[in-house]
Structure formats: structure tokens, C-alpha cells
Design a protein around this ligand. Sequence first.
Ligand SMILES: Cc1cc2nc3c(=O)[nH]c(=O)nc-3n(C[C@H](O)[C@H](O)[C@H](O)COP(=O)(O)OP(=O)(O)OC[C@H]3O[C@@H](n4cnc5c(N)ncnc54)[C@H](O)[C@@H]3O)c2cc1C
Length: 303
Amino acid sequence: MTQTGSTDLTVVGAGPAGVAATLMAVSVGMSVRLVEQGVPGGKLHHIGALDNVPGDWHSGPDLAAALSSDLDRARATQLLYRTTGRATAVAGYDGHAEVTLADGTVHRSEAVVVATGVTTLSAAAAPWIEAPDGFSPSPLWRTDPAALRGPTWILGADRPLGTWLRAHPHVEHTLNVACPPGDDYKSVEVEGDPRVHLVRCAALAVAPAPSGGAGLQLTVRGRDGRESLHVAGTVLHNLGSRPATLDGLAQGPDGYCPPELQHPRILTAGDLRSARFQRVVTAQGSGAQAALARYYDIALTGD
Ligand SMILES: Cc1cc2nc3c(=O)[nH]c(=O)nc-3n(C[C@H](O)[C@H](O)[C@H](O)COP(=O)(O)OP(=O)(O)OC[C@H]3O[C@@H](n4cnc5c(N)ncnc54)[C@H](O)[C@@H]3O)c2cc1C
């Protein structure tokens, strides 16, 4: 086990929440280690069309590039240390906190902000889908429209569907969207789009196409109990997500990690906190808030 020098704060995740926490902490003079498994920007890299972030941003990757430049500039303060790696665990103690990485390195600090966001829910974990072992469709949000072949089915009506449609206004392909009851409220934003054929269903079974043909056979059970058979050329995944937790984080009944359940030296921010506030601006706000909460803890209590 390698142990590194201590900082005021360790931030895990460099999406909008983790970057906001880092920039806020550095701006008030705290030393920060930022741990990110990939590149800065998080889910911003998957947002083709953006229209709800102040600052006239229209594309997620452009905003991700700006955040990355902000981090590069913050390095000049000599308060920011960056580590590429995957965190696996976090722990809070009386006098400090620790983050453990997959390679066994332990980063010690006064406190930790965890902003690891959410990760894709697998088809196997969706109770309304029955599918053969190993069935693992590509996510809609990463799909280039040119890859759509034949009748196209989208499993789930989660919000990335609306973003994908806005990002590809010229695509005319019809998307058959299998919408379970839990997704009804999310489907409102896309139900007027002529390219969307919403199939409100109770359950869906996936099987190979009959007689070894191309594509897949879908048996859709409607909410009235009636079944219908369909052959799909393309099946994509849009099932939503689950929190990307670390060992040591306290989880609520829904699996999310709200700040109020954590050890006082562990703060959570961004999408990881709850299923309700999954937006770029709320992620940024909560990241900055977490860093400031820690800053005032030190200022007021010296702890
Ligand atoms: C397709 C799509 C479209 C969207 N469209 C919009 C939109 O139009 N408007 C809007 O406001 N919001 C939109 N969102 C939601 C928005 O992207 C999120 O709310 C926001 O990115 C959350 O920020 P975050 O920092 O909490 O998490 P993320 O952006 O998910 O960042 C988490 C970061 O943590 C890193 N990480 C995760 N686990 C570890 C680990 N164990 N160790 C180290 N690093 C780790 C990840 O690599 C990632 O960089 C969209 C999301 C998607 C998927």
C-alpha cells in the first residue's frame, strides 16, 4: 500500500460536480487532490445538444473542454494535484479521511468530496425485461444515427432519449420506445416528436430472431396483458442509471448517497446524491457547496 502526502481535500470524479468542488476549494486556498479515472467532463462528453446551462453553452463536449482548461489554469496555484485512477473505497476517521484506489494507493486528506455520478443500469437488472444471458445492447446516448438498421427499438424512456433527439434533428428513423410504467413521467418530453412511437408496456422479452434470421424477436406485453410480437433490426438501451457508489459510502433505500447520511468528513455531490437533481447546474452547485461546507467547517471549528 502506497500512502501519499495529505491535502485539505480529496475530490473523486472530475465531472461538473467534482470540477466545481475543486475550483471552489482551490479558490479559497485549500489544497486538493483530484482523482479521475478518465478525462475531465464526465457525462458532458455524451451531451450532443445542451440548452439549460447558463453561459450560452450548446454542446457538452465544449463545456467539458472549458472545465478541463479551468483545471489546467488552477494548477498554477500549486494547490491542485491530479491523479488518474479509479477510486474503490472511502473512509472517514476522527482526524482525517482516506480514499483508496484500485492500485492500492491511499490518499489521505482532511475531507473527501465524492462526485462519481451514475452508471448505466444493465438490461439484466431491469425487472420488466427478460433476455438471454449476455444480452447487452449499446446505450442510445452513444449511438450514431447512421448505425440504426431496420426496425429500431429503444428499451426504456429515460431522459437521454430527448437529448439524443435534439442532438439529431435531421434523423427521420422511427424509434419504437418500450416504456415501462416507471418511465411514463419521463416520456412526456418526447411524446410529441413524430419520430417516437411510444409503446407503453408492462414487460418485454428478447429472443433471437426465429429461424436464425438477422435481428431479434421482441415479445411485448401491454398494460392490458395482451402480447404482441415484433422483429427488431436494432435494439438499444435507454434504461436509466444507478449511482456509482464506492465502498464506505452510506446509501439510502434507493441506492443513492445523500450528503446527510455520510461521515462528517465525507461529502457527496452531483448525480450521486439523488435521482431527482440530475442536471449539470445542480451538479455544479452541489460541488461548490460541498467544498465551501468543508472550508467553513475548518474556519469555524478548526477541525
Ligand atoms: C445522454 C445524457 C444527456 C444529458 N443531457 C443533459 C442536459 O441536456 N442538461 C443537463 O443539465 N443535464 C444533462 N444530463 C445530466 C448531466 O450530464 C449530469 O447531471 C451531470 O453530468 C452530473 O455531473 P456529476 O459530476 O455528478 O457526474 P458525471 O458527469 O457522471 O461525472 C462523474 C465523474 O466521475 C468519474 N468517476 C466515476 N467513478 C469513479 C471512480 N470510482 N474513480 C474515479 N473517477 C470516477 C467519471 O469518470 C466521471 O468523470 C445528461 C446526461 C446524459 C447521460
